[in-house]
Design a protein around this ligand. Sequence first.
Ligand SMILES: Cc1cc2nc3c(=O)[nH]c(=O)nc-3n(C[C@H](O)[C@H](O)[C@H](O)COP(=O)(O)OP(=O)(O)OC[C@H]3O[C@@H](n4cnc5c(N)ncnc54)[C@H](O)[C@@H]3O)c2cc1C
Length: 443
Amino acid sequence: MTELDSPLASGPFDVVIVGGGPSGSSAAYWLANAGWSVCLVEKKTYPREKTCGDGLTPRSVRQLADMGLESEVAAHGHKYHGLRAFGFGASIAMQWPEHENFPNYGYTITRFNLDGLVAERAHSVGATVLTGTEAVDLYEPFDGADGDLRGARGVVVKDKATGTTRVIEGRYLLVGDGQNSRIGRALGAQRNREWPMGMALRGYYTSDRHDEPWIDSHLDIRDPKGDVVPGYGWIFPLGDGRVNVGVGLLSTDRAWKGVNTTKLQDYFVAQVGDEWGLNESTSCGTPTGGRLPMGLAIGPRRGANTLTIGDATATVNPFNGEGIAYGYESGRLAAAAVGAALAENDASHLRLYEENLEAAYGDYYKVARAFVRIISEPEILAVCVGAGLRVKPVMKELLAIMANLMRNDRQGPAELGYRALVKLADALPERAFSMLTSEKVDA
Ligand SMILES: Cc1cc2nc3c(=O)[nH]c(=O)nc-3n(C[C@H](O)[C@H](O)[C@H](O)COP(=O)(O)OP(=O)(O)OC[C@H]3O[C@@H](n4cnc5c(N)ncnc54)[C@H](O)[C@@H]3O)c2cc1C
């Protein structure tokens, strides 16, 4: 039990939220801030580890600032100004672009420090936050309309410390329980296995270069013979004496099934180790890994009184593996829809969530899914990266697209290029992109 716990919490609440990561805590904040009674259920106790690159882009910073948390994040995190990309013998450093809605900087901050801040913020505006409390089942589930998620009158939870179970009732149920999403699956959510999925691994190292003002992305990883292997690597300085070093891989990569991310991490550390002082003696422990459900590949996401958010509905951006901002944003969009349903006593307003999610990311993620299929071809990747990294203006525009930082008030190459890609993605059915590339290997 922690100071966030409330012994009387059993409901009925207006909204029960499962999962206190970015998506669940943001939904809890926005709903409680609007005056609704909210119970957030988190199985771990803060601070808790979460396997992540710990990188916040300007999109995440905007959401944290909107929740009144930027000064806390600045106090615990490390400010950086842009991305350095490396690959196929070339490199480029790019500042985050100027944007009407987003800052031109990001932070790195460990999830150990970050996630509790947002849950506490939700608590400070009135949400009941039960930590060390795992949702183990749906309470009084009922079938939804054809093609929708099931509904439920709440969840059955287990107190991890005592092992006792009880029911927490809610008029609405939001599910933000992450990439494995046991509760989302119990409601009937499924991943579209035709679409890309990510897998990544990260470890911490101490490094003299821990406070550099850039995050680094490496687009080629080589084995000891010097051959390129599928996957990408990153080094994110944390400003606390450590760097976060990791590797990622997409299910569209031809060799996905044969690749061991631990081996990939070993190759990557060998590749960049001398420059960053990464070795066994600077390692802070065994790396840990996880999946990145992306491109809105999990659905359905709406039931009679239920919505899924964040990784539980695959909101990770396929272009860059970023999921924190989209967790915050989907949690906020879900909160708005549930708020409307509660205010009007009309559950049909939950439809707003899907409509707004589709409007915000539908086209973008369609383009991104196609993009990752194409760059999963090693030959195409080598040509594009090798050439692209040598032409700074092209890369700056690509960065704006890949980080979803195109501007509404501008008709620059990023915005025009992106609109052209949307048209292309609209014209060609999803399957046609996989036919343009290799035979797809499923996750
Ligand atoms: C190796 C790796 C590196 C990454 N790097 C980055 C990065 O640098 N930047 C970025 O933006 N994104 C990154 N991501 C993606 C990002 O971590 C996720 O997209 C993001 O955490 C999703 O937030 P969420 O709230 O949906 O889920 P989560 O953050 O997974 O939160 C889910 C929460 O639910 C809790 N929970 C689960 N089941 C239950 C249950 N039954 N009952 C109660 N609680 C439950 C969990 O304990 C957890 O706290 C990375 C992912 C991986 C795997």
